[in-house]
Each structure stands twice: as structure tokens, then as C-alpha cells.
Design a protein around this ligand. Structure first.
Ligand code: HEM
Length: 454
């Protein structure tokens, strides 16, 4: 069975040496072997304790957080606040409850159906572009290509604007600057700083954030000027009302939420698609099964919204990719008071890391945990998986709002791209994953495409 690349775990002392002296910046490569085995344990030697929680029961205690002890981690909140204010992704308590209730209706199955033509149009435009690449036999960056495609889908479904528009392109470029800086985990700070020390933001990051917010406000403006003109996610946010007070989102809150959709909604899916294309390029038999399924379901026409639920194998390829390469490598929380988690005392200020990466590769929870096996999500085998051992979208009240959106676009993309093209990775043996803002390849993956004449 194919085992796509993953780092060999280190001894904890070796991890410390790499982080401090060699300046290694990839948290994934620093994970000790125990992180894949223990139900709960300390991660390395740090002033502020960092815990990794793998046991599904303990993970539920943290993420369901019925006593309000484990809010979103302060370091993450500090890093994102200049960009997305006190928005859904980082807010807590009553503010979060109000926002979530107002945002959820924008992502129902029915709304997804309305967004589907815009997704489809983005994928068609992308198929044309790939056709040109195939004709030129040119190689290109797979990661960047997936990023453009998913950003285009976000722009079209949220703002009814393609990424080719000047303004959308500026937002994408400014986000790339922000993400590059946010991805720079400062390991010395992680090791030596006490809990709750605010993270100072660099001037250029703050200026990129204000620029992005101005651009998002410009993309939003036509939706406020002409309510009813658009049938998209921005319009759903404009017309959302708080059930108790009847009040809409303020202008700032609208910009906050739209920023989150852009931030949380394109690099995540792009990262998973990059890994899916990489894996499929190595597995012609799996691609053959995908093509047979797409042909059987669509009879040769374009994929329609109603087909998605029938594309079970294609979907399971994406699910298995999310297991091996969860885009959100770590879901970080912080303990707001002294407490216990199973056998362990947890002090106020401890960072509590739920890691879909280690849980979804845990030897006690998965058979052949590092092997790519999409059939584990099909038929009777699906029910064999341990409850709580699969959480690429998180779980509990803070579970991803865009999970169904992401699975729909990814199924559509894999079906439409692989039925038409063969992908060949230029140097497959050089590919290795790292944890940045998402689980990414350490260096860009170059790829060539050729038309598939099936
Ligand atoms: C494969 C793609 C995606 C993955 C793996 C993913 C993963 C996640 C995870 C793990 C969380 C929970 C974080 C936590 O508990 O701290 C989350 C939350 C969230 N995601 Fe996604 N996401 C994806 C796509 C999207 C898309 C397409 C959107 C919107 C268009 C989106 C919007 C959000 C929002 C708004 C939240 C915050 C929810 C809350 O706190 O109430 N995500 N996502």
C-alpha cells in the first residue's frame, strides 16, 4: 500500500536542539515519537507547558468545552485579530454564539446548491487553463495553482467576482503577504515566553491587514448599495439578523466575517487538493477507479450538484487525503484555569494542542495509519473507524462552518480535473510535508499535465 511522505519522529532532545540552535521552523518535523503514541502528553521542554491530546474522549472534553475552560489559544487570537477582528473564527462566549447563529444559514445545503454554478464556472475556467499548460507542455507550481483555484471559488461564491478582477487579485496578493508572515512560528517565543504575553505585530503585517480590510470593504460595497442584486454568501451575511435583537452585523463585523471566509476557506482546501493531486499522480489504478465512477455517474456531461453525493469514491479520496494531510495540522486551545485532563494536571496558561495530524495517524486508532487507503471510508469499513479519531474539520460547537462547502468543491475539482488530465510530478521524491499556516509541501511541487484521452 502506498505511504506518501511523512517525517520520521525525533527524540525530544533532538527536537529541542533543532528548534533552538538550528532554527528549524517546522512543528511537524519536531514532533517526538511519543506524540503519535500517548493519549495525552507534554510536547517538548517549554516554559509554558504545551500538551498534546490524542485520546478521543479527552479531545472531546477540550473541544466540547462544556465548562468554558478551553477557549481559542491566545497566540492564535493575537496573530489573527488585526486581520479579522473579533470574528467567528476567534471570538468566544455570547459574541461567538450570536455570530455563529447568523453565519450558519449562509452555508446550508440549499445555499451550497445556489453557490454550485459559481464553483463550476471557476473549475471550467481552470480546466481551460490546464488545457493550455498541456498544449505547451509547461511545468507549473501545483500548490500555487490550487491556491488560485480555491481563491477564485471563494471570490465567486462570496462576492460574485472572479479572481481575475483587479480588486480580487489585490486581496489575494495581500493575503499571501499576511499568510507568509503569520506562518512564521517563532519557536523561541514558544519555548521561552510565559503564557498570555501579547505578541507584538510587525508594522508591515499591520499595514497589510488594513489594506486587506479596505479591499474587502470595497468588494462588499455593491452588496450594501444594491441589496437583492446578488445571490451569494456576502449577501447572506448582509441580510443575516440576530434572532433576539433583530440587528444585522455592523459594517466592521461584516468585513471581519468575510475576511475569515477568505482566510479559512481557500488555503485549507488548496492544501488538501495539492496533496490529493500529488498522491493520485502516483496511483494510476486509483485514478482509473475515479474516472470510471465519474463516467458512470455523469454519463460524460459536467458534474452537477446532485451528482456529488453519488461520487462516493471520489469523495473518499478527498476524505483519506484529509486524514493523512489535515490542512489544519493543530487545533490550539488554552487552559484558562487549573484543571485535569484524564491522568494529567493542567495548569492555567497551558497550551492544549489537538492535532488532527497525530490523531489521524495514531497507531491505536487506525490500521496501517500512514498508508493511503480511500476504501477505509467506503461501505462497511467506514463504520470500523473509531469515533472521534477523524477530525480534519474539528468537532463540537466550533466545527468548521465550511466543511460541506469544502467537500463539495474538492469532489467537483478532483472529478473534473482527473477525468480530463494526467498529472506528472516533476520530482516526486523531493516532496515532504511541513506545518506552516496549513500542512504544506516544504517546497513548491512542480507538475506537468497531459490530456487524458479516455
Ligand atoms: C478542507 C478545507 C477546510 C478544513 C480542513 C477546515 C478546517 C477547519 C477546522 C479544523 C476548524 C476548527 C478550528 C478550531 O476549532 O479551532 C475550522 C473552523 C472554521 N472554518 Fe474551516 N476548514 C476548511 C474549509 C473552510 C471553508 C471553505 C470555509 C468557509 C468558506 C471555512 C470557514 C471556517 C470558519 C468560519 C471556522 C470557524 C468556526 C467557528 O469557530 O465557529 N472553512 N475549519
Amino acid at each position: 500500500m502506498f505511504e506518501p511522505p511523512h517525517p520520521k519522529p525525533l527524540a525530544p532532545v533532538a527536537a529541542l536542539v533543532r528548534a533552538v540552535w538550528r532554527g528549524e521552523r517546522d512543528l511537524l518535523g519536531l514532533l517526538p515519537a511519543d506524540a503519535y503514541r500517548v493519549p495525552i502528553g507534554h510536547l517538548g521542554y517549554t516554559r509554558r507547558s504545551i500538551l498534546i491530546v490524542n485520546d478521543p474522549g479527552l479531545v472531546r472534553s477540550v473541544l466540547l468545552d462544556e465548562e468554558g475552560i478551553f477557549p481559542k489559544n491566545d497566540l492564535m487570537v493575537d496573530a489573527l485579530q488585526p486581520l479579522v477582528g473579533d470574528s467567528l473564527f476567534i471570538s468566544g462566549g455570547a459574541t461567538w454564539r450570536r455570530q455563529r447563529a447568523m453565519v450558519d444559514p449562509g452555508f446550508t445545503h440549499m445555499r451550497l446548491g445556489s453557490a454550485f454554478p459559481a464553483m463550476s464556472a471557476a473549475v471550467s475556467a481552470y480546466v481551460d487553463l490546464l488545457g493550455q499548460y498541456a498544449a505547451d507542455d509547461a511545468d507549473f507550481s501545483l500548490d500555487l495553482a490550487m491556491s488560485h483555484l480555491t481563491a477564485d471559488i471563494i471570490c465567486r461564491t462570496v462576492f460574485s467576482t472572479p479572481l481575475t478582477s483587479q480588486l480580487a487579485r489585490e486581496v489575494f496578493d495581500a493575503f499571501t503577504v499576511f499568510e507568509r508572515s503569520a506562518a512564521q512560528v517563532d519557536f523561541k517565543r514558544l519555548i521561552f515566553d510565559p503564557a498570555f504575553r501579547p505578541v507584538p505585530q510587525r508594522a508591515e503585517v499591520l499595514s497589510a491587514c488594513s489594506q486587506i480590510r479596505r479591499q474587502l470593504a470595497a468588494l462588499l460595497a455593491p452588496h450594501l448599495d444594491e441589496p437583492g442584486r446578488f445571490d451569494d454568501i456576502a449577501s447572506a451575511m448582509v441580510s443575516a439578523r440576530d434572532a433576539e435583537s433583530g440587528r444585522p452585523f455592523s459594517h466592521d463585523e461584516l468585513v471581519d466575517q468575510l475576511g475569515v471566509f477568505f482566510l479559512a476557506g481557500h488555503e485549507t482546501t488548496a492544501s488538501a487538493l495539492t496533496w490529493a493531486v500529488f498522491i493520485l499522480s502516483r496511483l494510476p489504478d486509483v485514478v482509473g477507479r475515479l474516472r470510471a465512477e465519474v463516467d458512470a455517474v455523469t454519463g460524460g456531461r459536467s458534474v452537477a450538484f446532485g451528482d456529488l453525493r453519488e461520487l462516493k469514491f471520489t469523495r473518499s479520496i478527498f476524505r483519506e487525503t484529509l486524514r493523512l494531510y489535515p490542512p489544519i495540522t493543530f487545533i490550539p486551545r488554552v487552559a484558562m484555569r487549573n484543571t485535569r485532563l484524564g491522568p494529567m494536571r493542567v495548569r492555567r496558561g497551558a497550551m492544549v494542542m489537538i492535532s488532527p495530524w497525530t490523531i489521524q495517524r495514531h497507531a491505536d486508532l487506525w490500521q496501517a495509519p500512514h498508508a493511503f487507503d480511500p476504501d477505509r471510508f467506503l461501505g462497511a469499513r467506514e463504520s470500523e473507524s473509531v469515533s472521534g479519531a477523524y477530525l480534519p474539520f474539528g468537532l463540537g460547537p466550533r466545527v468548521c462552518v465550511g466543511a460541506a462547502f469544502a467537500q463539495s468543491e474538492a469532489t467537483l475539482i478532483l472529478a473534473e480535473l482527473f477525468r480530463r488530465f494526467d498529472f506528472r510530478i516533476v520530482r516526486p521524491d523531493d516532496v515532504r510535508p511541513v506545518a506552516r499556516l496549513t500542512t504544506r509541501p516544504a517546497t513548491q511541487i512542480r507538475v506537468r499535465v497531459a490530456r487524458h484521452d479516455g
